[in-house]
Design a protein around this ligand. Sequence first.
Ligand code: FAD
Length: 485
Amino acid sequence: MPASPLPAAPSLLWFRDDLRLSDNPALAALAEARAPIAALYVLDEDSPGLRPLGGAARWWLAQSLRALSAELKRKGVPLILRRGPANRMVPEVAAALGAATVAFNDRAGAPEARVDHAVAARLLSEDRRVLSFCAHLLHPPGSIEGASGRMPRTFSSFQRAALKARRLDAPLPVPKHLRGVARPPAGEELESFGLEPTHPDWAAGLRTTWTAGEAAAQARLAAFIDSGLKGYAAGRDRPDEGHVSRLSPHLRFGEISPRQILSAVRHAAEAGAVTLADADKFEAELYWREFSYHLLADQPDMAQRNIQGAFDGFPWRECPGELKAWHRGLTGYPLVDAGMRQLWQTGWMHNRVRMVVASFLAKHLLIDWRAGEDWFWDTLVDADPASNPASWQWVAGSGLDAAPYFRIFNPVTQGEKFDPDGAYVRAFVPELAKLPTPFIHKPWTADAHALAHAGIRLGHTYPRPLVDHGAARERALRALESTRK
Ligand code: FAD
């Protein structure tokens, strides 16, 4: 068959939260048209309302852009980096390129949507074609509706409705035929974005823990399917074991799509490599992500405002010293401290421990969940505009289908149940490493001999508990009661 004539005018692919070449519908559409392509990433810290990335996410973005740029280069496609408001940068690069078409995959969030509409309107007014696709989620935000016409108000009804509506197409491969433009418009150097810390360089732990980029995301998925997914349903709550995927930062930056993950998991279950129970439980977790994004579409300001207005008068305490102790993993509760130090060292924390530390802040310390959400936003490599505020509000009790406020995690019994030998605590709180297991989650109950033998001086080498669990629980319940009067 004779090859179809190549359109002369180039195309522009605008990358955002979709830093991958496979299962990328915007790239696939441009590749199919066979026009020469230039790719663009805009670091937009100027458009009104966009939440600036936190420190750990900025670090990840730098690694991910480096990987994407190298992969595109291998395919002959240049990645142009620009910094500034997207509604100026994208049209400017499109004009310099003489692009006939600009394509991108949608991103969530009301301010982001405002920027995207402004960009698209400007491009259309300049007679360029604009193509956009849904690739970050399995279901476009707002597409799953309950009887009221709004999103279903509980997770289980949301998942039921979503599964009914789902059409799971096969993920798209990396396009075979890609052609880059010969003379791309000028861009900036990645280093000029200043995404990575220098003085002080706090990213050493991130560097030793993670490899960003599409190839690393695919490798992590393959390893998880091989050895983590089996036993996921029972093992996912154990921070001392390796049953979770750690795919969250890859998903956050779109180095892998939820469709690719779900297809691989379904395939493993159909081949009998894992049980349906494990596959279904994992799928449900992916649906919590979908639920959070639907919630973000329904409640665009949920990082700032209680979803349940009843919490607006909640008597939060202002206590910078206790907040700082929580930040640093110095609360005197080993599971909480291990989680907060895992977060600081690696930019990630196990889900069970995220729930315990969040509950500790909002309920034991009565500190506003927004202070915790902010800290996670700055320190998580997977800091996500939907899952972070939705999960914080879920734990605090102010969210949709949330854990009731009166359910207050006991950090000692949570530790004994989910880290029974204390391996997780010993890994992240090394000053407790030699403490015998019966005391590892409650060092203040150890006798003087056990403490001395383990080299611990409570109040000196490791803090005494910041609050007493029982008293803090009673105080939290009284605070809740006061909002109901
Ligand atoms: P896995 O168990 O392997 O799950 C696979 C994927 O499913 C995850 O990568 C994630 O995309 C999704 N997922 C799993 N659990 C949840 C959940 N409860 N809610 C939403 N999606 C989920 N997740 C983020 O991606 N970014 C955040 O900023 C974030 N902040 C959180 C804050 C708090 C207070 C809590 C309690 C949870 C938060 N989560 C967040 C959800 C969850 O803790 C992480 O998604 C999970 O720990 C990531 O590890 P994983 O990839 O190994 O998860």
